[in-house]
Design a protein around this ligand. Structure first.
Ligand code: BG6
Length: 485
């Protein structure tokens, strides 16, 4: 069992949704598992006029509502006294001095600062901490996405942060990197010999990355109007998954080696057929037997909005391993189900010696993030009986069947890693900037055009145009599993 050294964990924006839904439940689980040091202190910082008791009551309520396991009163009684509140604004000055004094009274050397606040506050928090001298070498600055809104703003944000902290102190979150199945991509590729020899353009026809969600924008209309699907999930989660599939083997699994390799592959990655990228938007539907609004009817959304809630994009990677192999990535809100997966499609054999009516299907490796986390290998097998007739067979690995252990939530992994000082699963400045460089042509082309988005019905698999995009090269989207086993 890993146990992190003692620290003080400061949550900026502790009164917000992220703290209640993700951070406090994750810290509570780490406490339950004994991974968080018994001397670790948690400080909530917000503008609200709360005190320690109010913070504790709110966080207890949050745990009951959003906690991962059963709420355990004895465990809570143990943790609650280690929570304290510090009031202040984010603009700098007084609040940060109050925080500095508060931290002195808790007498830990290591301070972790987590920005669970609106992105517009990130720069002032970095500056405020710097001005209050809270950026000493054992401080860590953990920053949530979205990291900027385009390449220029991401560069400016990096510059401000790096004026106050060294890169080694900065932990940029992309929670997809901490999902068990995302980490398992490295294990599959680099801890085995059977996959890696075929993991290249000689054998792989193309790669698909899908992140589908049944939810709409969940009351985040004004955020989503600014962000859209490309800024919200393509620039970060989808590109990270594509990079994990495509990266070269690192010499060792540490922050520098892993991130060096990811940056190398991201530098070689670019969008092709930018004008053919499909930008879609959901319209009403009655999936899951309830009526669902059109995006344009959601609260906080312009009734003529062109914002994309769905995108399908073709990427290429110009390097020796991947030249000529399309990476198709797609994501959308209000699709059939919550399904995220990566599918490696292999080329068909150069010669098949059997006679049959239909040619055999391509072999596929399916890496499932959700539902049914696991891996399936789909291949052709002989159907029993006289003569040779082929059908698809499958070898399946399901995490929950193979390993009788709970999959930790991504935030548990990330918070523990940050406490341990391990930045392998966090993004480096150059990585984030490369990801913006990759999506900028898509954003610029779409934002400078006047076309209507490709509309799709809520509860479908997205616009027909996305099917056409693959059909043009004789391919089709993989149908993800939709039901949990
Ligand atoms: C977030 C996006 O980063 O990821 C959300 O802002 C999205 O729009 C969420 O719903 C999906 O995360 P997960 O872990 O539920 O797949």
């Amino acid at each position: 069992m890993v146990k992190a050294p003692a620290c003080t964990f400061v949550i900026f924006g502790v009164s917000g949704d992220l703290a209640a839904r993700k951070l406090i439940p994750a810290l509570f689980e780490l406490h339950r598992e004994g991974a968080m040091h018994e001397d670790t202190q948690i400080v909530g910082y917000a503008r609200r006029d709360w005190d320690d008791d109010e913070l504790r009551t709110r966080m207890r309520d949050a745990l009951i509502k959003y906690g991962h396991g059963d709420f355990d009163q004895a465990l809570w009684d143990d943790l609650a006294p280690r929570l304290s509140f510090c009031q202040g604004n984010y603009e700098g000055g007084e609040g940060y001095h109050a925080l500095a004094n508060h931290l002195k009274s808790l007498s830990h050397e290591t301070h972790l600062f987590y920005t669970a606040t609106p992105p517009s506050t990130y720069e002032s928090i970095a500056n405020g901490l710097g001005q209050a001298g809270l950026n000493q070498s054992d401080a860590r600055f953990i920053i949530e996405k979205p990291f900027g809104t385009d390449l220029e703003s991401a560069k400016a944000l990096n510059a401000t942060i790096l004026k106050n902290f060294d890169e080694e102190q900065v932990y940029r979150i992309d929670h997809y990197l901490a999902k068990e199945t995302a980490q398992n991509i490295a294990a599959l590729r680099f801890a085995n010999t059977i996959f890696e020899p075929t993991w290249n353009s000689q054998y792989v026809d193309h790669v698909q990355v899908t992140m589908a969600e049944p939810m709409g924008i969940e009351g985040r209309g004004s955020f989503y109007e600014q962000a859209g699907v490309v800024r919200d999930v393509v620039q970060n989660h989808l590109l990270q998954l594509a990079a994990l599939v495509a990266t070269e083997p690192p010499a060792s699994y540490d922050a520098k080696s892993v991130r060096d390799e990811k940056v190398k592959v991201l530098r070689a990655m670019h969008c092709v057929q930018v004008g053919d990228a499909v930008m879609g938007q959901y319209v009403s539907g009655s999936a899951h037997s309830s009526h669902q609004n059109s995006y344009r009817d959601e609260e906080g959304v312009d009734s003529r909005s062109r914002q994309a809630t769905y995108a399908a994009i073709e990427l290429r990677i110009d390097n020796w391993r991947w030249a000529g192999v399309p990476f198709y990535i797609r994501s959308g809100k209000r699709l059939v189900s919550k399904s995220s997966e990566i599918v490696i499609y292999y080329k068909t054999p150069p010669h098949v010696p059997f006679q049959f009516r239909k040619p055999p299907r391509e072999d596929r490796i399916v890496l499932r993030l959700v539902p049914n986390e696991g891996i399936s290998i789909r291949y052709n097998a002989k159907v029993p009986g006289q003569g040779i007739s082929l059908n698809t067979a499958s070898m399946d690995f399901y995490y929950n069947e193979q390993f009788k252990r709970r999959n930790p939530d991504a935030y548990e992994t990330l918070l523990l890693d940050a406490m341990m000082g391990d930045a392998t699963l966090f993004m480096r400045a150059d990585e984030v900037e490369e990801q913006w460089r990759i999506v900028m042509p898509i954003l610029n082309t779409w934002e400078n055009a006047n076309d209507e988005p490709a509309f799709y019905e809520s509860g479908s698999w997205g616009p027909e145009e996305a099917d056409d995009m693959l059909a043009r090269s004789g391919r089709r989207w993989h149908a993800p599993q939709t039901e949990s086993r």
